[in-house]
Design a protein around this ligand. Structure first.
Ligand SMILES: C[S@@+](CC[C@H](N)C(=O)[O-])C[C@H]1O[C@@H](n2cnc3c(N)ncnc32)[C@H](O)[C@@H]1O
Length: 254
């Protein structure tokens, strides 16, 4: 395994207990919500209405609630994660909530799943930020049947450019090159050390999608809600009212 996979698995195995409470709330949620600002599904429309009988794969499922939301709408869901501890939580919730989601421990960049097995691939802050885009986007494209959809949500490139590796809150200062945006290592951060994440400038995301036969149907930039909220994950509400802290891609395999 490459260095970032080993480091991120170690990080998530250790961090898993802190995600249990948040995960349980999301498993219980009657109305799905997304990302750091808990933006309602009704605003983003990430869950298609025609899921009955469809096959869905979640890449980097964490505690598994996104898979649960898709299952509740009639899909057969396979959820992939690298961390045994995150999967232990997800499986506990699956038993508690009588879910039939199938969980697999694997690197989302190279799953054991067959070609074209998915009508939809989804990631919310899973593969979307923790995997190398040049590995996981081709893997998602391989998994998708023709006409299948890839939907993912994570940090915007803006928020990555406006933060550096010290872990301080995202600021109004450009801290790193936009054009060279790729791998971000938070392992030595003075504040809230993390793992190794990835992002790309928009032109490179779009080029990668073209190369993988993925058509962009929509691109969303998420704005923090009107009502003031406390900082979340190094992200100040004021900043995220002025700039997009998160992005969503909705794609179709052509
Ligand atoms: C923040 S959680 C995402 C899940 C959930 N949507 C959430 O926001 O809590 C990130 C997950 O990505 C997983 N992850 C990190 N690298 C991965 C990889 N290479 N393959 C599969 N999962 C990975 C971690 O183990 C962790 O459970």
């Amino acid at each position: 395994m490459t260095d970032y996979l080993i480091e991120n698995r170690r990080f998530w195995d250790a961090y898993a207990p802190e995600w249990v409470e948040r995960g349980e709330a999301a498993w219980r949620a009657e109305r799905p919500y997304w990302g750091i600002w808990e933006t309602p599904e009704s605003e983003l429309g990430l869950i298609p209405s025609d899921l009955a009988g469809r096959s869905v794969v979640e890449l980097g499922c964490g505690t598994g609630y996104v898979s649960r939301w898709f299952e509740q709408r009639g899909a057969f869901v396979t959820a992939v994660d690298l961390s045994s501890q995150q999967l232990a939580t997800a499986k506990r919730f699956a038993a508690q909530f009588q879910s039939e989601v199938t969980f697999i421990q694997s690197n989302a960049e190279a799953t054991p799943l067959p070609d074209h097995c998915a009508d939809l691939v989804v990631s919310e802050y899973g593969a979307a930020i923790w995997c190398d885009p040049y590995r996981w986007i081709p893997e998602a494209a391989r998994l998708l049947a023709p006409g299948g959809r890839l939907i993912f949500l994570g940090h915007s490139p803006w928020s990555m450019v406006c933060s550096d590796n010290d872990g301080e809150a995202v600021s109004n200062t450009m801290m790193r090159s936009y054009f060279e945006l790729y791998r971000m290592d938070w392992t030595s951060a003075a504040v809230d050390p993390g793992g190794i994440e990835f992002n790309l400038p928009l032109s490179k995301w779009f080029q990668l999608f073209r190369e993988q036969g993925l058509r962009v149907d929509d691109y969303l930039e998420i704005r923090a809600p009107m009502d003031r909220l406390p900082d979340r994950f190094s992200m100040a509400w004021e900043w995220a009212r002025a700039y997009p802290s998160e992005q969503v891609f909705k794609l179709t395999k052509v």
